[in-house]
Design a protein. Structure first.
Length: 532
């Protein structure tokens, strides 16, 4: 049985998915809101936002993510980073998930991944929860009504939070599973209601497909100068490093906040919306993102609220520190209507240094940029992944290892070639700690970070004096108007200089030990940039 106003030419039955209850194809935001509330999936918040809970899974489950090991991908997947699943185990998983779906109602959204029509992916997302349909409708790109009449999905995602996997039968680790099968063009998600798994599954797909076409897939936000798409900046970084906050600069045009491609024509957003962290969000510091938490059809995840007034508590992390809001790009007044930009003029690599060693900003040579890109040093922020309750220093290659199906050198080489071709200036920005490590120091002042980024993007930072960092070799500004000189020299922010030196040496050694794995695969100039 089908329902909904927009029924595509290819239905689930045509894909061999039969025997379901009611199937709701391509419902609009109001219809999905109505369904979610009627089904008890969420609460209507102030301004019309949907307040939803993801249950026990309040972050991604990277250890439960698998790639099906078929001959077509055997030689191109980075198996040390991507857990394999046997094709036979996937077939049993799919069969059992289809049995679970029998007689149940499902919500189907047919969407685009990629703002550039030449490189977009047509994705069908089948969800057990109406609010998941609303979430992914925000996060991917919505076709025009006329385009849905002939929509044929290239990949299909089936998400069943109520389905529990059997590790022995399905070749997985636990009852939670995210399984990608590139041959069957299917992604199966079970036993997690965390909506972010949907969007990151699509990102993983594009991270495999696009490099094969010579397109750089990037875990980054992006913006450009108002009226000048050729002045584009990209911001690499893991969740919690400031991608969404720093790219949503009212003095620039927002291209997107999380996932982009860099093709021969320039930069393009993969998504149609944003997924912003809300913990400690304030109307004063981030007025537009704050406003989305009270916007009709925004999806607010795992936030504590007053049961009488429905006021959101932005400081309460008792459910998780990974509280989020999902909203369409048009909710941000300075968002690009095309989600397209030029070739990046500035490349920003955001790191959240929990050791308090790195400066707030540093200018890198292209070889140093490759070194730090492949290293991907940062800290996992509390709540982003299951079990992370405080910042944990980590190396996440390409600033997004959990979403990289190919070896890091593939992405590194693509980025290196594009920097060489288009002459981008590369910066490392620390949004983590200063004055000491986590627990002793304090977070880098957002006001200082914004001032430094503004100077980097408008070119004025290139005109100030720089010093060479004794530990990492990159260039650090000595003084910048509007920024405390002491902040620019991390050692001066520590009360004990000797303790800083010891921490810096420790971090240098960590970099060197981690980078050893890439040495056989990289160019000599990048090896020369490595810290010894």
């Amino acid at each position: 049985m089908t329902d909904g106003r927009v029924n595509p030419s290819q239905r689930l039955e045509d894909q061999g998915i039969a025997g379901l209850g009611r199937i709701y194809y391509n419902l609009s935001e109001p219809a999905l809101m109505d369904a979610a509330i009627r089904r008890g999936e969420g609460t209507l918040g102030k301004g019309g936002a949907l307040l939803a809970s993801t249950g026990s899974h309040t972050g991604r489950s990277p250890k439960d993510k698998f790639v099906v090991r078929t001959p077509s991908v055997e030689d191109s997947v980075w198996w040390e980073n991507n857990a394999p699943m046997a094709p036979e185990a996937f077939d049993r998983l799919y069969e059992d998930m289809l049995s679970h779906m029998k007689g149940r109602d499902y919500f189907v959204q047919d969407l685009y991944a990629g703002a550039d029509p030449e490189h977009r992916l047509d994705v069908r997302v089948v969800t057990e929860l109406a609010w998941h349909g609303l979430f992914i409708r925000h996060l991917l790109r919505r076709p025009e009504r006329s385009e849905l009449d002939d929509f044929i999905p290239e990949f299909t995602i089936i998400n069943c939070p109520g389905f529990k996997a059997d590790p022995a039968r399905h070749g997985c680790r636990s009852e939670t599973v995210i399984a990608l099968n590139f041959d069957r063009k299917l992604i199966l998600i079970g036993n997690t209601a965390y909506a972010g798994e949907n969007k990151k599954a699509v990102f993983t797909l594009l991270n495999y497909i696009l490099p094969g076409k010579g397109i750089m897939a990037m875990h980054c936000s992006a913006n450009h100068a108002i009226g000048n798409p050729d002045d584009t900046a990209v911001f690499f970084g893991l969740s919690g490093t400031g991608k969404t906050t720093l790219s949503a600069d009212p003095s620039r045009t927002l291209i997107g906040d999380d996932e982009h491609g860099w093709s021969g024509k320039g930069t393009f957003n993969f998504e149609g919306g944003c997924y912003a962290k809300t913990i400690n969000l304030s109307a004063e510091a981030e007025p537009e993102i704050y406003a989305t938490t009270h916007r009709f059809a925004s999806v607010v995840e795992n936030m504590v609220f007053d049961p009488e007034t429905f006021e959101l508590d932005f400081e309460d992390d008792s459910l998780t520190a990974n509280t989020r809001v999902a909203y369409p790009l048009e909710a941000i007044s300075n968002a690009s209507p095309t989600s397209l930009g030029g070739h990046p003029k500035s490349i920003i690599m955001l790191t959240c240094d929990a050791y308090g060693v790195l400066p707030p900003i540093a200018r890198m040579t292209p070889s140093q940029a490759m070194y730090h890109f492949l290293s991907g040093f940062t800290s996992k922020v509390a709540g982003t992944e299951r079990g992370v309750t405080e910042p944990q220093p980590t190396f996440s290659t390409c600033f997004g290892a959990p979403f990289m199906p190919r070896r890091p050198e593939v992405y590194g080489k693509l980025l290196q070639d594009k920097i060489a071709q288009h002459g981008a200036t590369c910066w490392l920005v620390n949004t983590g700690w200063t004055g000491g490590a986590y627990g002793t120091g304090s977070r880098m002042p957002i006001k200082a970070t914004r001032a430094l980024l503004t100077a980097a993007l408008d070119g004025s930072l290139n005109r100030v004096p720089f010093r060479k960092d004794a530990h990492f070799g990159f260039e650090v500004p000595v003084r910048v108007p509007g920024v405390d000189d002491r902040l620019l020299d991390p050692r001066q922010t520590w009360t004990d200089g000797a303790a800083y030196d010891a921490q810096a040496r420790k971090l240098v050694d960590m970099f060197a030990n981690n980078f050893a794995q890439y040495v056989p695969y990289i160019d000599d100039d990048v090896k020369a940039a490595a810290i010894s």
